[in-house]
Design a protein around this ligand. Structure first.
Ligand code: F0G
Length: 387
């Protein structure tokens, strides 16, 4: 993307820059079916697609939140994908590419969701999956998924960034095909989030996206750009990248103009606990070209936003996903969002991915021994008003 060199197959350019997938010739747009492959005219052509029917997720209009905050709020619920996160969209394309290349082993570093997704798609494709994770920092649901779909799981005493370095070298030396989002085929699948949003609603002002390794916000932006080019959309929404205050290298780069890795990243949103995002340049490009911004939110703000989505809209998301809505609340509080703006929050992973973080902040169940004890609670008005 920087020096213009072209490759048939690579993870990074020899100049160190990032790669993007480009298509030759004019595309004849045909939208058919549901899910990621509905957009096959915008995706690579494979002899065989490895799919678990990913994509086609709900886009909820949030009436209660809209009314409370005075904006038009929509939530794209990526938790509804086969393994419970948006990663499945990129994985169906990435693993199909691996299959086409005749690869037998795939590898990734992960904060949990990529590994869960890759493990499932490798199982479907009959490939061996190796994952390298930061020890003690993977939410329980995600670790359980990776193990149970049959991946070989390695943990390191270190961060995601350390795991990423090991995996990149392992892949560069030819031991396995890498399915992190540094692989340009991953964002190709993920751009379908943008297509689905654009097909469902028009005139969107802003799209809020949690940023970790920093590919997804760019992927969604790329989707919008391609739809604009084809006349399937009228305006480019402003892309707002949201990070946790304890892991905000992209926000710092957006504010200062200089990218530096963020030392010792720490946040309750373990999915985006990343100090040195490999795709930072892509995220910054998406933000700049869409006239967007990058903002940071605290762990408390993330947990509060997670609760708002659950108790006001019945939308269950993991902490990293709630960063998007925490970002909306922050800009509203600052007065930098206009009244009645049309807003989409991309919530990237399901609540059940990380039950521990929820149990830590939830009330405990009340023990009762009988019907009478339940009624006692009611008389103390603990159960709310009668139905
Ligand atoms: N939200 C969730 C739930 C994620 O799992 C991730 C990334 C992101 C947001 C950020 O997306 O990296 O494209 O900026 N998770 C990766 C993983 C790093 O290993 O599962 P990004």
């Amino acid at each position: 993307m920087e020096c213009g060199r072209e490759y048939e197959e690579a993870y990074r350019c020899s100049c160190g820059g990032l790669l993007d997938v480009v298509y030759e010739g004019k595309r004849s747009v045909e939208l058919k079916g549901k899910g990621v492959w509905r957009y096959s005219s915008f995706l690579p052509d494979f002899k065989k697609r490895i799919s678990l029917q990913e994509g086609g997720t709900p886009l909820y209009r949030c009436d209660r939140l809209s009314e409370r905050f005075g904006v038009e709020m929509h939530v794209k619920f990526e938790g509804a994908n086969p393994t419970g996160s948006f990663k499945d969209r990129g994985m169906t394309v990435g693993i199909s590419r691996a299959f086409e290349l005749g690869k037998k082993r795939v590898v990734c570093a992960s904060t949990g969701n990529t590994s869960a997704s890759m493990a499932a798609y490798a199982a479907k494709a009959g490939m061996r999956a190796l994952v390298v994770l930061p020890k003690g920092k993977i939410a329980m649901g995600k670790l359980a998924q990776s193990l149970f779909y049959g991946a070989e799981v390695f943990e390191i005493d270190g961060s995601f960034d350390d795991a990423m370095r090991i995996v990149e070298r392992y892949a560069d030396e030819g031991y396995a095909y890498m399915l992190n989002s540094l692989n340009p085929f991953r964002p190709e699948g993920q751009k379908t989030i943008g297509f689905e949003i654009a097909e469902a609603i028009k005139g969107i002002d802003r799209v809020f996206v949690p940023v970790g390794n920093a590919a997804n916000i760019w992927a969604i932006y790329k989707g919008f750009k391609e739809f604009l080019e084809e006349g399937l959309m009228d305006n480019m929404p402003r892309m707002i990248g949201v990070q946790a205050k304890g892991a905000m290298p992209v926000v710092r780069a957006y504010e200062s103009g200089i990218f530096r890795a963020f030392d010792n990243p720490e946040t309750v949103a373990t999915a985006i606990r990343i100090g040195n995002p490999v795709n930072a340049k892509k995220a910054l490009t998406a933000i700049k070209e869409s006239d967007g911004s990058a903002i940071a939110v605290s762990d408390e703000e993330i947990l509060e936003a997670q609760r708002d989505l659950a108790v006001m809209e019945g939308i269950g998301v993991e902490p990293a996903s709630a960063a998007s809505f925490a970002g909306v609340k922050k800009l509203l509080a600052e007065g930098s969002i206009g009244k009645s703006e049309r807003i989409v929050c991309v919530t990237t992973g399901h609540l059940l991915k990380d039950p521990d973080s929820v149990m830590r902040v939830s009330a405990q169940p009340k023990s009762i021994k009988s019907y009478e004890e339940l009624l006692e609670y009611e008389h103390q008005d603990q159960c709310g008003s009668p139905a």
